[in-house]
Design a protein around this ligand. Structure first.
Ligand code: TYM
Length: 317
């Protein structure tokens, strides 16, 4: 980077309400670092199209995700916020990568296989999704990508795309080795499996207190232990072991009390973010201006990189 800062980039799909798994897996690690890096936060609306075919919903979700980013504490002066579909260079580069990797290689993607196994349509966009994600990352010479563990393989796919391109056409993309944040784990849902919209086990990030309470009360507890593992693991996202020890000692075996304590802690954690989100939601022109500026900045950087790419592959005469 010209100012010596490294590049931080991530994206979230506007495919529904964000949950605390998205927050702790990607958004928080991004926000914690975004001032130290040259940061870009993308709304992965083309990725959402692999599952969502409802224009009104896509529009609503897109605005919601931008408000979620800002509500969660993203400083728009410190990061570029942009929409993937506003920067056509992403789909252009994805096509180029698709011509370099093989079908058997893409067939090994766990995420694709899981989604199809869960009944999602096996459309070609879903199949090629890792190459669009590789383009998202590689277009901006990214150094660090905060994502949850479920996306780790996709980072490897980006690595492979970079390497295939560099081998075929000469050094162009930085090897994105080590761009995965190792400490980032998988946030469990209310049933102890990975928190995921498609499992119906989420705690909404910007839910009302009532929605959060209902989700917490649904947390599955077994009757054998004194400390309900599924309650505790979500609680640990908010407080340290030392902070939680006295509470879990005092309320041993009292699952309802522990759930109520978790609701209170979630509420105090989310309330200030919810307020900030509401302030942005009531100032739509400001949000539009942030996005417009972000889209333009992303587009100009992406175009500079694509000029080099087109040159290398002979798409110029
Ligand atoms: P998406 O929209 O499915 O999820 C957004 C982010 O949330 C993380 N996440 C979790 N982390 C921990 N525990 C969980 N239970 C949990 N559930 C979701 C995801 O790992 C992800 O980081 N393909 C990406 C979006 C994307 C992207 C990119 C990310 C498109 N282009 C370029 C980084 C760089 C996706 O579908 O994430």
């Amino acid at each position: 980077m010209s100012n010596g800062k490294k590049r931080l980039l991530t994206g979230l799909q506007p495919s529904g309400q964000l949950h605390i798994g998205n927050y702790f897996g990607a958004l928080k690690p991004f926000i914690d670092r975004h001032s130290e890096f040259e940061s870009m936060l993308m709304v992965a609306d083309y990725h959402a199209l692999t599952s969502l075919k409802n224009p009104a919903e896509l529009k609503k979700n897109t605005l919601d995700v931008v408000l979620d980013y800002l509500g969660a504490g993203l400083d728009p002066k410190e990061a570029v916020i942009f929409r993937q579909s506003e920067v056509s260079q992403h789909t252009e580069l994805a096509w180029i990568f698709e011509c370099l990797v093989t079908v058997p290689f893409l067939q090994q993607a766990h995420s694709y296989k899981d989604k199809v196994a869960k009944g999602m349509e096996a459309n070609a966009g879903l199949f090629n999704y890792p190459m669009l994600m590789a383009a998202d990352i590689l277009l901006y010479d990214t150094d660090l990508v905060p994502v949850g563990k479920d996306q780790a393989q996709h980072i490897e796919y980006a690595r492979e795309a970079a390497s295939k391109f560099n081998n075929a056409f000469g050094e162009t993309f930085k090897d994105p080795k080590g761009i995965f944040l190792e400490e980032v784990a998988t946030v469990p849902g209310t049933d102890g499996q990975k928190m995921s919209k498609s499992y119906g086990n989420t705690i909404p990030l910007f839910g009302t207190k009532d929605e959060i309470s209902k989700a917490v009360m649904r947390i599955v507890t077994d009757s054998s232990g004194e400390r309900p593992a599924n309650v505790y693991s979500i609680h640990r996202l908010l407080k340290s072991e030392a902070e939680l020890a006295p509470l879990y000692e005092e309320k041993k075996g009292k699952y309802k009390d522990l759930k109520e304590a978790l609701i209170e802690d979630l509420e105090s954690f989310i309330a200030p973010m919810r307020e900030r989100r509401e302030r942005y939601a009531s100032d739509r022109p400001a949000v539009d201006a942030i996005l417009k500026e972000g889209n333009e900045k992303a587009r100009s950087q992406a175009e500079a990189k694509m000029k080099v790419v087109r040159e290398k592959i002979g798409l110029t005469i």
